[in-house]
Design a protein around this ligand. Structure first.
Ligand code: DOR
Ligand code: ZN
Length: 343
């Protein structure tokens, strides 16, 4: 039986939520991953050191592994308190900052309305050598939902790059061939995370007669050509691409709502196993560890993890739902066969 061993992975883009939802989901990440970046788009966004510290503590308390460490970026708003922001970076309460364009995705209504409003915070990030994490979609009535990433790169990201030469940037959940090529061709200060759903789904899995809410996320998954290109970049071992699941749980009631379907896919219970399948399908399983455990740490100037985990080629069926204390979440690949298992 085939067994591989890799350095313990990190999840550099994760939604753990708060309260009951956090209780229900955190163990899936904390039993596999060593570190994570826990996204700050809670019901009330994380904009102060105090909230960030409390959230980090809450995650640690509820984790199955006491060594699981969550890094919390500051949620950037139009009227962010720059003194508080700077203080939070300096005392390490914040791990860089997250830029959500306003109304781009779940809990982004406090996001940035105009790119110019972001610049004072970016100066502070650059001074502190702290990373900017970006939800890279430009939202406008004239822009097709499938083109939002391309327009963001051309109209906004290029301006940020020109103005802030030394700023470290991560284009989160890169979802298109255009975006992945852009990352590969740009300088060393910009990298990207890639989700498992963008490596396995195409738009037919979401929009096929009627919408499948459980495969609906932001940025939306795209064409076959985009998927093939993402797989090529990621599986090549290119150090600019690293693991960020964007695992984003929602209660089934919110996913199956008729008027406002929440974007987000809960992949944490099968993430590392599914990434292994993708690398195996591309005949690049030897590059899995770079993507899952090395490239991200290197980009963020963090040490590599010292422990290893083992994955065995062994089939199992992923349960359809995660249910806990009244919370019910549809699992990504729920009810389906998974080919790798963590041992
Ligand atoms: O699909 C998504 N869900 N994309 C995001 O950017 C946010 C996330 C969430 O918080 O549910
Ligand atoms: Zn996200």
């Amino acid at each position: 039986m085939k067994i591989i061993s890799i350095l313990q992975p990190d999840d550099w883009h994760l939604h753990l939520r708060e309260g009951y939802m956090l209780d229900a989901v955190v163990q899936y990440s904390s039993k596999i991953f060593s570190r994570c970046i826990a996204m700050p788009n809670l019901t009330l966004p994380i904009t102060s050191s105090k909230i960030a510290k409390d959230y980090k503590k809450e995650i640690q308390l509820k984790s199955s592994s006491k060594n699981f460490e969550a890094f919390i970026p500051c949620y950037l708003t139009d009227d962010i308190d720059l003194n508080e922001f700077s203080k939070g970076l300096k005392n390490s309460s914040f791990f860089g900052a997250k830029f959500y364009p306003i109304k781009a995705t779940t809990n982004s209504s406090y996001g940035i309305s105009d790119i110019e409003k972001l610049y004072p915070a970016l100066e502070i990030l650059e001074e502190n050598n702290s990373p900017l994490l970006i939800h890279g979609e430009k939202i406008s009535p004239d822009i097709d939902i499938f083109d939002r990433e391309k327009y963001f790169i051309d109209d906004e990201l290029q301006n940020i790059l020109k103005r802030f030469n030394n700023l470290k940037i991560v284009l989160e959940h890169v979802s298109s061939e255009y975006g992945a090529d852009f990352i590969t061709e740009s300088g060393p200060n910009i990298a990207a995370t890639v989700t498992i759903h963008h490596l396995t789904l195409t738009k037919k899995d979401v929009f096929n007669g009627k919408i499948n809410p459980h495969n609906y996320c932001m940025p939306v998954v795209k064409n076959e050509q985009d998927l093939v290109s993402l797989r090529k970049h990621v599986c090549s071992g290119n150090k600019k691409f690293f693991l960020g699941t964007d695992s984003a749980p929602h209660d089934v009631k919110d996913k199956e709502s008729t008027h406002n379907i929440k974007a987000g896919i809960f992949s944490a219970p099968v993430a590392i196993e599914m990434y292994a399948s993708v690398f195996e399908e591309e005949d690049k399983i030897h590059n899995l560890e770079k993507f899952s455990s090395i490239n991200g740490a290197d980009f963020y100037d963090l040490p590599h993890n010292s422990h290893t985990i083992k994955l065995k080629k062994d089939e199992w069926i992923n349960p359809e739902f995660t249910s806990y204390n009244g919370v019910k979440i549809k699992n990504f690949m729920g009810g389906k066969k998974i080919n790798w298992k963590v041992v």
